[in-house]
Structure formats: C-alpha cells, structure tokens
Design a protein around this ligand. Structure first.
Ligand code: NAD
Length: 507
C-alpha cells in the first residue's frame, strides 16, 4: 500500500488545501483511518478560515483568465486531466478502496467514471450551444448565449470520494467556471490524490488555481463556503440534513444550488419478470458498496405471486456473499465506512424490530480476527410493511426491505412513490404495459426510472439526480451543464430605428 500512496503523492502528514498547488495549512490535524482494519493511513492538517480565503482568492484570480479561454481549449485541458487519471487509475482505485472501503472493482469503476466524465466534458466543450430566436421587431435578432458563472462550490459525500467531484468539476471547467472543493473529512486522501493529478495538468497548461481544494469540518469550512457571496452556485452531495442547511444558506443570498441528497430506491419485481435477472440485480443493488450508494436498492417490492419462490433464493444468494477485505478480489462486500455507520445500522435494526419487521437474513455486526477494525456487518434482508415509519427513511447501510404486494403495477407504483425521497427506481417485468405505465406520467416519481435495469450503477451520459427530498439537482450528462452557466438573452437591433416590443409607441 505504501507504494500506492507514494505514487499518488500522499505523505505521512499532508496539507489540507491547494490553490495552484498545496500550501501550508494551519488547522487541526485529522487522521484518515482505513475501515478495512481500523489502522491510520496518513494525517491531514485541515484548512482554517484564512487558508480558505487564500484558496478563494487564487481561484477568483484564475477565473479572470480561465473564462476568456475558448471552451474547446478548456475542454482540451480537461481531456488531459482524464488522460492523467487513466495513468493513475489502478493506484487511485485502490486508494478509494483503502480509505472508503468499497471493493476494488468498484473503486476502479469510480475512477473510470471520472475518465468517462472527462471525455464527455471534452466533447461538450464544443457544444455549449445557445439559441437564435425570431424577433417580433423588424431587423432585430435575438439570441440566447451561455456565459461562465464564476466560482462553483463543490461539497462531496464520503461514498463517492472521487467521481462526484469530477461530475461537477469537469462540467464546470469546460463551462469556464473555477471551483473550490470541500470533500468529506472521512475520505480526505482521495481528494488530495485527485487534486494533485489535476494541479499538475493545470500548472503545465498555465492555468494553476482553476480547481482548488479545502479540507475542513462541514460546520466551519463548509458553512463558510455556503455563506460566501462570491460563490454563485453550490453543488452539494450528501445527507438531507446537510442539504437543508445548504438550501437555506444559499437561499438567503440568492445563490443557486444543485442538491444531490438521500435516496430510498425501490426495485419492483412483477409476477411476469425474468426472475434470474431480477435476483442478480437486487443483489448488486442492495449489497454493492455495502449499501452505501445513494442509489442502493433499499426496498424490494415483490409481487405476492412470486414471494415464496423469490425470497428463499435471495436469502440463499446472500449466504454466498464473501465479506471482508475489499482489496481481496474474492470479496463482494467490504466494510462500512466507519464505526459510527455500524452503530447507525444496529440502531436502525432495533427500530425495525420494534416496528414489526422480521429479519430474514443477516442483521449482525461481524467481529473477530477475520474482521479487524470494527466496521464489518452482515447484509440484511427484512420482511417489512410499507407503512413502517423506518421504511420511509434512508438508512445508509446494507438493509433491504422486502415488501410483498398485490394489486398489480398500479399498487407497486403507489408504494414506490410513497416515500419522501425520489432518486432511483426500477421495475422488472416482461410486460410492455407494466413497463410503460411505470415510466409514464402516472408512474415512478423519481429522477431515475429503469426497466429491467437496477436502481444503482447509472451511466454518466444521462442527467443524474432525484426529485422531492433528494433535492431536484441534476449532474453529469444530458444538459446538466446549463446549471453551471448563466443564460443571457441578447437582442441586436440593426434597423437604425428604435423599435419597442408589443408594438408600443412611446413619445
Ligand atoms: P453528509 O451529509 O454527512 O456529508 C456530506 C458532505 O457535506 C461532507 O463533505 C460534509 O463535510 C459536508 N457538510 C456537512 N455539514 C455541512 C455544513 N454545515 N456546511 C457545508 N458542508 C457540510 O453525507 P455523507 O454521510 O458523507 O454521505 C451520505 C449521504 O450522501 C447519503 O444520504 C447519500 O444518499 C447521499 N448521497 C447522495 C448522492 C446523490 O447523488 N443523490 C450521491 C452520493 C451520496
């Protein structure tokens, strides 16, 4: 592991801020601890308010030139960052596993997502199209042009320690924005490694300071960022509690937000479904990343006609899951991110039992020499009712609520939609009518709705995000880029006479 850390430039004690390069920070030292074995990996000296200010100043200075480069030129620099990520994919993917705990293929997948995002943003840099509209006035032309916004604040969660930054950073960069990133303090080394890769490319292109980083507590450094009038857009990924704070602080100063908050994602299996496919999909959706994806499958809505055959097979599949070191290629489920995540899961299981849920499989914390560090748990299946209050909440752990239903696709949609969150949803069915209803205006109310594709594992080409308490933001593909720019409607009069709209004659 030491080789990987040194390849990525991680030292025993690291600075927690970069603005055109890492500089000496002055905050308290925190330790990054691996959930694999509970052992410290390295130390980070966090940023203070003064350090934050330094990063902000450098970023704002960089904006003055960055916004004047042609977007394709900015795209070329993002392409180079993507290339640099390709070179470090193996090391960075392993660091994600080491610091966050997801299995190695998922860590590598996260870095691949960054690379895909760089490719996407590079292509996009030649397609930031505006519109030309017909003017009602003679010899006038109306256009809609997109301009850079300025400084974008990026707050990211622990569970996607590198990819979520790239969804935002690469779009913002080609759009002509500069940015300040505040990552989760649970995964600071991933952020430092990524920032070092980006810093090198930016410096080589004479654009140091376009992407800046500050590591510090949400309550101080994070809150400062939320209240900073120099930041017109905050893109925040994390819990609903955090999202509420972001929304309120931003609203007070008329800033825009992109909120990517909690999910409570349902996978519906109809009686006519391809059961083998559905089963594999549930397994990946509920157990992948140890249930710590915003899109993790949390509710399994099972047509009663197949309940008795499906659930025993699912329990059997759960029994085969190898839990342990995420860097071991045989492992399917690594640890939770820290001990407090384990405590939260155990607390949720107690409440589940009080509310009448029946544990069909799992539910235990794993200990002993095979499970060092105290963060390993059994993935858990609970036979549940949709009216149990806890089923409406997001517990960020591998707990799957199996909810049998009867009443056809209409009933499934009703249960699926009856939660406060609206991120991801899917239906397994061979019926065109069921599928179309699920995707229609009377179907799923989520930002993501799939047919015969699970709730998690979205591609970057689509706009990613969710409705209701998930926050309404959209990141990554499609036209998400528009949120990182300001739209200007421009009217040009070449008639030589002053013409007013709506035929108004004035004076
Ligand atoms: P969290 O809310 O605890 O932390 C997220 C980030 O917010 C961290 O960087 C944290 O330091 C920061 N933060 C906390 N308080 C702040 C404040 N007052 N001001 C500014 N920043 C503050 O979330 P987490 O535990 O890291 O991540 C898990 C949550 O993230 C889950 O709810 C999950 O569903 C959600 N998530 C959503 C998406 C999505 O796209 N919808 C993606 C990933 C994760």
């Amino acid at each position: 592991m030491r080789d990987i850390l040194s390849e990525l430039g991680i030292e025993a004690t690291n600075s927690g801020a970069s603005a055109g390069g890492f500089f000496d920070t002055h905050g308290e030292i925190i330790e990054s601890v691996s959930p694999i074995d509970g052992k410290p990996i390295a130390k980070i000296r966090q940023a203070t308010a003064e350090d934050y200010e330094r990063a902000m100043q450098v970023g704002l200075e960089a904006f003055a030139t960055w916004r004047t480069l042609g977007a394709p030129k900015r795209g070329e620099i993002v392409r180079q960052i993507g290339h640099a990520l390709r070179e470090k994919k193996e090391a960075l993917g392993q660091l994600v596993s080491l610091e966050m705990g997801k299995i190695k293929v998922e860590g590598l997948g996260e870095v691949q997502e960054m690379i895909d995002m760089a490719d996407f943003a590079t292509g996009l840099s030649r397609q930031l199209y505006g519109l030309v509209m017909q003017s009602e006035r003679k010899f006038h032309r109306m256009t809609e042009t997109w301009h850079p916004l300025g400084m974008v604040g990026i707050i990211s969660a622990f569970n996607f320690p590198v990819a979520v930054w790239s969804w935002n950073a690469f779009l913002a960069a080609v759009c002509g924005d500069v940015m300040i990133w505040k990552p989760s303090s649970l995964v600071p080394l991933c952020a430092i490694a990524v920032q070092k890769i980006a810093d090198r490319v930016l410096a080589a292109n004479g654009c140091a300071g376009v992407m800046t980083l500050v590591i510090g507590p949400g309550s101080s450094v994070g809150q400062r960022l939320l209240d900073d009038k120099r930041i017109p857009l905050i893109s925040a990924t994390g819990s609903n509690q955090m999202g509420e704070r972001v929304a309120m602080s931003a609203a007070k100063r008329y800033a825009r937000t992109i909120l990517e908050l909690g999910g409570n994602n349902a996978l519906v299996v109809m009686g006519d479904a391809n059961v083998d496919m559905a089963l594999r999909s549930v397994l990946f959706g509920a157990v992948g990343t140890a249930g710590q994806r915003c899109t993790s499958t949390r509710r399994l809505l099972l047509d009663k006609s197949i309940e008795k055959t499906f659930l025993p097979r699912l329990v059997n599949a759960y029994k085969q899951i190898k839990i342990g070191d995420p860097l071991d290629p045989k492992t399917l489920m690594g640890p939770l991110v820290d001990k407090s995540a384990v405590a939260d899961m155990m607390k949720a299981l107690k409440i589940i039992k009080e509310q009448g849920g029946e544990i069909l499989y799992g539910g235990k914390e794993l200990s002993g020499a095979q499970y060092p560090g105290g963060c390993y748990v059994e993935p858990t299946i609970v036979l549940a009712r949709p009216d149990m209050p806890i089923v409406r909440e997001e517990t960020f752990a591998p707990i799957l609520y199996a909810i049998p239903f009867s009443g056809g696709v209409e009933k499934a949609i009703e249960i699926q939609n009856n939660v406060p969150q609206g991120l991801s949803s899917c239906i397994y069915t061979e019926s065109l009518t069921n599928a179309e209803r699920f995707l229609s205006a009377v179907g799923s109310d989520c930002g993501i709705a799939n047919v015969n594709v699970g709730t998690s594992g979205a591609e970057i080409g689509g706009a990613f995000g969710g409705e209701k308490e998930t926050g309404g933001g959209r990141e990554a593909g499609s036209d998400s880029w528009k949120q990182y720019m300001r739209r200007q409607t421009q009217t040009i009069n070449w008639s030589g006479e002053l013409g007013l709209a709506q035929g108004i004659q004035f004076g």
